[in-house]
Design a protein. Structure first.
Length: 191
């Protein structure tokens, strides 16, 4: 890997291609979490790799490269969000009451299903949810990155979780209806 990184420092196109190919899936997974669709995610990923190739000489070989590139791509996704979408819908956490923590867990949900649910959140909720729940940022760090208050970050996380719980509950109801319909068909066939 260090040979590829050294090639990228020299701006060798074949090394850049190998690095892109090696980290494409990893970077795209990050970008999909922050984007509405694959087209937006690809734009963010390409911008992120441009930053990687532009600043690769700053990489410290004593640290894991995957973490370094992940941080750059995440920050690029945040920059893309700030540039294009802006926060239009946020309140402070003090303006909301707590309605409970009960969340249904569905073993049948695949990663893609969860990703679709997260992508269906508003940009403000999705970004804070990803930064906090997936990437491990604190509310103070999120506030600094997104130029919002820590209270707004907490509020957006609370609302994102609330919306996801509602969407999961709706999915659970739909699955229950599907199972009921399926069972009725089986009963009719047996009768």
């Amino acid at each position: 890997m260090q040979a590829i990184i050294n090639g990228c420092i020299r701006q060798d196109r074949s090394s850049q291609y190998l690095l892109y190919k090696e980290f494409y899936s990893y970077g795209m997974a990050i970008c999909r979490r922050y984007s509405l669709n694959d087209y937006d995610a690809a734009d963010v990923l390409n911008d992120g790799f441009l930053k990687v190739f532009t600043h690769i000489e700053k990489y410290d070989p004593a640290k894991p490269f995957k973490s370094w590139i992940g941080r750059i791509i995440t920050n690029t996704a945040i920059d893309h969000y700030r540039m294009n979408l802006k926060f239009s819908d946020h309140d402070d956490v003090d303006t909301h009451h707590h309605i409970g923590d009960a969340a249904a867990v569905y073993d049948q949900l695949a990663y893609k299903d969860l990703l679709v649910l997260v992508q269906s959140l508003s940009p403000a909720y999705r970004t804070v949810f990803n930064l906090y729940a997936i990437d491990g940022y604190s509310h103070d760090e999120i506030a600094e990155l997104l130029k919002i208050s820590a209270g707004t970050s907490k509020s957006n996380l609370f609302k994102a979780r609330q919306k996801l719980q509602e969407k999961l509950a709706a999915l659970g109801d739909k699955k229950a209806d599907d199972i009921s319909v399926h069972n009725n068909i089986n009963i009719k066939k047996e009768a």
